[in-house]
Design a protein around this ligand. Structure first.
Ligand code: PLP
Length: 479
């Protein structure tokens, strides 16, 4: 038997293979959440980083029953690229629950919503083409847009979602430069990562812009059914094509079973204007031929086994409570200079710290304290978001949410104290005010101060840690 060779130096290996890589690999980015997963599987780490639903709530007896009912030969076989009929029918019923009338023939089953984003980008984007996204945007979409070498332009969100005035300015500037976005990517409901929801007025305005300018909108809606308060708003897809016979010309809609059933099944979908469908299917064939038949049969059996909505209602009850636990913990443990959003649904809260605290640096400290979050930079293609973080509240127990936020609050307080010592400013004092010390950070996302906040909640105070380099700059200016 041959002896195992020792692992080679990765730097050396990379150099040897450098000439082989396609040029697009130079702009490929790793997914922050995927990177973090390696660390957060450690049992001692409280992870507020992932976007994980709580799958422990799914009845194990039902799971076994569904597996037992799956037709073994068909489940072990390839399936159609567009997806199994039973799954497409289930998707039609899920979309009907959000007032969307679609034909199963318009549906392509994908390997998670992630593949839907990938397929749309692969089908529409040549290197240098413009994609418009929100600022911040879904951290998993950033590596996809980068991998296809898109020019990503991000439009600030506020408490009513994407700012349509800023979008119009950007479209006008692009027009003037003879450019046109290939598509606008938006997550209108309980946006990942900011937690904000696009208002009805803005939804109507966005659909109008798409019609007038003949622009494609990619509407990503994993969280629409995870609403904990307030009234549901119509999807862009339903505004564009309200009735079953209305033609949908501009909205590509993507949904997923990940947040209403299971991310492990990796079943998502696309509904697209008919002229786009064939190319999207070709794109899927070259990627994976078809989504897993095994997983699709599981989904099909699940939807055939009874009403799927009570399980979603039970998730809403659980996540609603956990959201409140996290909001309370943030108010208790974060200093007054911090702000955070108050989402009406979904899985995430977006926290913004003072501009002298870099959350990527802070994450290293947090991991040493066995707590994890997603640094805000992951939600931007252009390096913004350094002072923000995304926190997930769906996948931890109440106790762990409180403890995780307490640990984050502690390290933030340490940074604030350090900043106070180094600058002579009393520790804990809000840094804003004079302007000379906290000049507006051009890279700060435009305050996603989220949805209307209850008095006393919301813009609580947090203080932060001096960022490497930033402090030196500040000191020299003050000297
Ligand atoms: C906005 C958004 N889109 C797409 C996805 C991808 O989900 P999946 O591939 O599990 O369906 C996620 C996952 O968290 C998400 O938050």
């Amino acid at each position: 038997m041959s002896e195992r060779r020792p692992p080679r130096s990765s730097a050396h290996e990379l150099e040897r293979y450098a000439g082989l890589f396609a040029s697009r690999t130079r702009v490929m980015r790793s997914s922050a959440m995927r990177d973090l997963m390696a660390v957060t599987v450690r049992p001692e780490v409280i992870s507020l980083a992932g976007g994980l639903p709580d799958t422990s709530t799914f009845d194990p007896a039902l799971f076994k029953e569904l597996v037992g009912r799956m037709p073994s030969a068909a489940a072990l076989q390839y399936g159609p690229s567009e997806g199994l009929q039973g799954v497409r029918d289930a998707i039609v019923s899920v979309m009907a629950a959000e007032d969307m009338a679609v034909d199963p023939d318009e549906v392509i089953v994908t390997t998670g919503g992630q593949q839907a984003i990938d397929l749309v980008t692969k089908t529409l984007i040549d290197p240098g083409d413009v994609v418009i996204a929100e600022a911040p945007t879904y951290p998993g979409a950033v590596p996809t847009f980068c991998a296809y070498e898109a020019d990503v332009i991000q439009i600030d969100v506020d408490s009513d979602g994407m700012r349509i005035d800023a979008l119009e300015q950007t479209l006008a500037a692009l027009d003037a430069a003879g450019r046109r976005p290939k598509f606008i990517y938006t997550i209108p409901n309980f946006q990942n990562p900011a937690g904000v929801t696009m208002s009805l007025e803005r939804r109507l305005a966005l659909v109008e812009i798409a019609r007038e300018r003949e622009l494609i909108v990619l509407e990503d809606n994993p969280y629409g059914m995870l609403r904990y308060e307030g009234e549901a708003l119509p999807t862009l897809r339903s505004l564009e094509a309200p009735g079953p016979t209305d033609e949908n010309d501009f909205v590509i809609y993507t949904g997923t079973m990940s947040k209403i059933l299971s991310p492990g099944v990796r079943v998502g979908w696309l509904v697209a204007p008919r002229p786009l469908l064939a190319k999207l299917v070709l794109g899927k064939q070259s990627t994976d031929l078809c989504s897993s038949s095994l997983a699709q049969h599981f989904v099909s059996e699940y939807f055939a086994s009874g009403d799927w909505r009570p399980y979603v209602a039970s998730l809403c009850e659980l996540y609603h409570r956990r959201r409140d636990v996290m909001l309370d913990a943030l108010a208790e443990h974060l200093p007054a200079a911090a702000t955070w959003t108050r989402p009406h649904g979904g899985l995430f809260i977006w926290v913004t710290l003072p501009d002298y605290i870099g959350t990527s640096d802070l994450l290293a400290r947090a991991l040493a304290e066995n707590v994890a979050f997603v640094p805000g930079e992951a939600a931007f293609a252009d390096g913004r978001g350094q002072h923000s973080m995304r926190l997930n509240f769906s996948s931890s127990t109440d106790e762990n949410i409180r403890e995780g936020v307490r640990r984050i609050g502690k390290i933030v307080a340490e940074q604030v104290a350090l900043y106070g010592t180094l600058t002579g400013r009393p520790s804990g004092a809000p840094a804003a005010g004079g302007g000379e010390t906290t000049e507006a950070t051009p890279d700060a996302p435009a305050a996603p101060a989220a949805e209307p906040q209850a008095p006393g909640e919301g813009l609580a105070s947090v203080l932060q840690l001096p960022r490497r380099g930033a402090l030196g700059g500040r000191r020299s200016r003050e000297a």
